[in-house]
Design a protein around this ligand. Structure first.
Ligand SMILES: Cc1cc2nc3c(=O)[nH]c(=O)nc-3n(C[C@H](O)[C@H](O)[C@H](O)COP(=O)(O)O)c2cc1C
Ligand SMILES: Nc1ncnc2c1ncn2[C@@H]1O[C@H](COP(=O)(O)OP(=O)(O)O)[C@@H](O)[C@H]1O
Length: 316
């Protein structure tokens, strides 16, 4: 069971003495293969030292403190999703530090003394380019010297795919391009959106393709508008499906419409309203289009469904 401990600098960091930690530290948005490598190293070290594997992350993303409006990045993995993945990896404790001005103002030395040492950290693992402390001035070399032998450090080298570093920025770009297949390769799992099924215009059934509609939260990112092969999970059961994300230009005025995720779930009949559903994005099929007639849209959706079935049949 993953224990989550929330920390806020102005409220004071508790002195922990009953447990020692091998800590992976970073923002870890996406928990992609690079992050997983860092966290796995922290887990390996925890086993070697016989101490608890832990992760420290920050919330909100630093860009929310420093940037306004458009500069705030959307999350690839919201906190609950991070918790689920870290729990599956076998992490014992997750420290979530509020990223506010008080944290941003700590010098590297203050961060080490007032946060890491108080939490009884015995080993710190981070990526080679991790920086910390006021204005990001501290690096892993400084972390080692500031530890003064109280904890060990491991700096994990670049994890690449092809020649390029696997990074949250790269994944955000791939999602903006609709490349969910490559995203899944870099994440080591499909990109996932979670939401509640809401009422739509009740048009889907008339078209012959009922769709479970979900409105994505503004805090998280979603793939580029278009049609995708997906897996849809509700009440613990996973179904194949075909999804349109967008503003339905055939019907709505695109500037006014709110973006929705709509999934036609294969081999399912029943009521999904109000249920929490998970969409795992498997592959891109085509961009969203404005059709001149409803019949053209219906024919295209039927074809999309067959395409999605073929794609998903290849997946085990
Ligand atoms: C596989 C699939 C592809 C779709 N493609 C488009 C599209 O290209 N353009 C469009 O305007 N609407 C598209 N739609 C959305 C339909 O217009 C929408 O499902 C329908 O309006 C029902 O809306 P409702 O669920 O709010 O009743 C697509 C829906 C599905 C399931
Ligand atoms: N195979 C299915 N795929 C998606 N939704 C389904 C399916 N079968 C039944 N439903 C139900 O029908 C609703 C979608 O029907 P639709 O006519 O598109 O209505 P709405 O416009 O409210 O989304 C879903 O929210 C769900 O409750």
């Amino acid at each position: 069971m993953l224990e989550t401990i929330e920390l806020q600098i102005d409220l004071g960091v508790p002195q922990i003495s009953d447990k020692e930690f091998s800590l992976a530290i970073g923002f870890f948005d996406g928990l992609h293969k690079g992050h997983q490598t860092v966290i796995q190293r922290a887990i390996d070290t925890s086993k070697k030292l016989g101490i608890a594997p832990a992760v420290m992350t920050f919330n909100p993303h630093p860009s929310h403190l420093f940037a306004s409006g458009n500069g705030k990045i959307g999350y690839i993995t919201p906190l609950e999703e991070k918790q689920r993945i870290l729990s599956d990896m076998g992490i014992d404790t997750l420290f979530i530090v509020t990223f506010d001005q008080n944290l941003a103002d700590l010098t590297p030395e203050e961060f080490v003394v007032q946060v890491l040492k108080k939490l009884n950290v015995r080993h710190v693992t981070a990526g080679f380019d991790f920086t910390f402390g006021a204005k990001g001035k501290g690096d892993m070399e400084q972390m080692t010297s500031l530890s003064k032998g109280v904890f060990g450090t491991t700096s994990v080298g670049k994890v690449a795919d092809g020649d390029e570093k696997i990074s949250s920025t790269r994944i955000r770009k791939l999602l903006a391009d609709g490349d969910v297949a490559k995203t899944a390769a870099l994440l080591g799992r499909p990109f996932r959106s979670i939401g509640i099924v809401v009422d739509g215009d009740k048009r889907g059934r008339q078209l012959g393709f009922p769709t479970a509609n979900m409105i994505p939260s503004e805090e998280v990112i979603v793939p580029q508008n278009g049609v995708y092969a997906v897996q849809f999970t509700v009440d613990g059961t996973r179904y194949d499906g075909v999804c349109n994300i967008g503003v339905k230009p055939t019907f709505d005025h695109p500037d006014e419409a709110r973006k929705t995720i709509e999934v036609n779930v294969f081999d399912f009949e029943g009521d999904l309203y109000g249920k929490q559903a998970i969409v795992d994005w498997i592959d891109h099929i085509r961009p969203e289009q404005k059709f001149d007639s409803i019949d053209m849209l219906i024919n295209q959706i039927a074809e999309d469904k067959e395409t999605a079935k073929k794609i998903l049949a290849k997946k085990v």
